[in-house]
Design a protein around this ligand. Structure first.
Ligand code: ADP
Ligand code: MG
Length: 495
């Protein structure tokens, strides 16, 4: 792919992007209280006295949230800090009853790590993680409930967030999208965040600056709380162009916080950038520093599943998958689960080596199955054809009972009816004809019925062999074994 550049009147500009992702931690209770965290409850049904900031209430650290942050750090190959500190970040907002957010500033729980982006066609790129810190989420102001008043829902108040801060290593909207996709995949694999951007459990602050090639980093603007990958891409494109236009007109970029308006596809100014000292951070006197030992980290590491990069490498090495198929499969854990169940069943049914059937099976899953699921608007977990049933179908191709062509028809019926492949093949009489005598007889009939074509063929029009193959396949309703037809036809045509 060519480099992403913005053309200005006086030359090309590069865009530089750094992302701060807020990821809601999966845990039954909030970061500092026992209140529930489930999405979709009635407003203010999940609020403890701590979350409502009643005077004198004391926060208690939920160890599960700490463990999830450590697991996330480990999954990103990051440095884990055995000593970290909760700080108060002071600001006023109606949905922040404490008047401060408990966050981490100087001593975050996780330090530097890496995410490897999958950019398609086997291209990849490493993006640095600067840090991950834990903090409380705020409540939610509801502006659409009453004509005069804004209501406040504190259900989200105090839910644990991980703020995952990247280095300014991305240089195109495509890379920012790939970063979010990969991060979400990893979070979902390890179960530390559900990654549902449309429900707000993962959202991104998008930092964008532009510069001419070789120049130092430009002044950035931060676009707050973008809640879909598509909007992140659009926001970057718009914002980069806006900054280039200002610079080309002789202006300079003010560091500020902006909002993306999805309706207009524009960003607009929200406030000038606040600095750390505006928040008067200080260590929260109600909380001791977090300290844990190596054993806590080891246990967190032991709880991690096989990660997408490891899985992809194994699919390519051990199962012979093409890079593209492996990437598609590992993007979602559920897809991998389906594929691995299918391979296990197929190996059992055919007695063949996993590597001998892996590539073909991955073509079927990522092509036929995903195509049909996509069209039906279903996820792989809702597939009307189970992994076991998929393996049945592929086993019938492997042992020559049906051809690959017929298998596509059988699959269509399976997808509509959830019937087993074997049943459909018998009911519809779709068994492949592999009997030499039977095929020879049909060939003879086809040759006899087409004397003109035979004459042309024998006069040197070799290409007509395709015509005869087609006629034989037609005569058998597509069921003749194509390999055998090809083999038996030529000697007969040649006479
Ligand atoms: P803050 O917490 O004030 O937003 P940070 O220094 O933590 O500031 O940086 C926040 C994000 O901004 C990081 O993701 C970082 O990669 C990104 N960033 C920093 N400088 C630039 C820049 N010049 N252009 C684009 N992104 C940047
Ligand atoms: Mg920021």
């Amino acid at each position: 792919m060519s480099k992403f550049l913005i053309q200005g009147a006086t030359g090309d500009f590069e865009v530089v992007i750094g992302l701060e992702v807020h990821a809601q931690v999966i845990s039954n209770a909030k970061l500092f209280s026992g209140a529930a965290t489930e999405f979709g409850a009635e407003p203010n049904a999940q609020v403890s006295l701590v979350d409502a900031a009643m005077p004198g209430m004391l926060p208690t650290i939920n160890a599960e949230c700490i463990r999830q942050a450590v697991r996330t750090g480990l999954a990103l190959g990051a440095e884990i800090n055995k000593f970290s500190v909760f700080d108060r970040k002071n600001y006023f907002y109606a949905d922040l009853p404490q008047g401060y957010q408990i966050s981490q500033f100087k001593h975050p729980i996780v330090g530097e790590g890496t995410i490897t982006l999958d950019l398609g066609d086997g291209r990849s790129k490493d993006v640095g993680i600067e840090r991950i810190h834990l903090e409380q989420d705020a409540g939610k102001s509801m502006h659409d409930q009453h004509p005069q008043y804004t209501y406040v829902d504190l259900n989200r108040s105090g839910v644990a967030l991980m703020e995952i801060v990247s280095k300014p290593d991305m240089t195109s909207p495509e890379e920012a999208g790939a970063y979010l996709t990969k991060l979400r995949t990893i979070l979902r694999y390890i179960g530390s965040c559900d990654g549902n951007m449309e429900q707000g459990s993962m959202r991104a602050d998008v930092n964008v600056s532009v510069r001419r090639a070789g120049e130092p980093l430009g002044t950035r603007c931060e676009i707050k709380n973008v809640n879909s990958i598509r909007f992140v891409r659009q926001a970057i494109e718009y914002e980069a162009q806006r900054q280039v236009d200002i610079i080309e007109a002789g202006g300079k970029i003010d560091q500020e916080t902006r909002l993306f308006d999805p309706g207009k596809g524009e960003t607009r100014s929200m406030r000038s950038k606040e600095e750390a000292h505006d928040y008067r951070y200080f260590p929260d006197p109600d909380l001791l520093p977090i300290e844990f030992d190596e054993a806590f980290i080891d246990a967190a590491r032991d709880s991690l599943p096989e990660l997408p990069d490891e899985k992809k490498a194994r699919f390519i090495e051990d199962l012979g998958l093409p890079d593209y198929n492996a990437s598609v499969l590992v993007a979602e854990k559920e897809s991998c689960d389906y594929f691995e169940d299918l391979i296990a069943a197929l190996v059992k049914k055919t007695g063949k080596d996993a590597k001998a059937v892996g590539a073909k099976a991955s073509n079927w899953v990522t092509g036929d199955l995903f195509g049909a699921l996509n069209k039906a608007g279903k996820s792989v977990t809702e597939s009307p054809v189970s992994a076991e049933q998929g393996a049945d179908l592929l086993a019938l191709i492997e042992d020559g009972t049906i051809s690959g062509r017929i298998a596509k028809d059988v699959f269509e019926i399976m997808f509509d009816t959830s019937k087993d492949a074997g049943v459909i093949v018998e009911e519809k009489g779709l068994r492949q004809v592999s009997d030499t005598g039977e095929i020879e007889q049909i060939i003879d009939e086809v040759i006899a019925a087409n004397p003109a074509q035979l004459e042309q063929y024998r006069a040197g029009k070799d290409k007509l062999i395709g015509f005869f193959v087609g006629q034989v396949m037609k005569a058998t309703g597509g069921k003749a074994n194509p390999g055998m037809v090809n083999k038996l036809l030529k000697p007969k045509l040649d006479g």
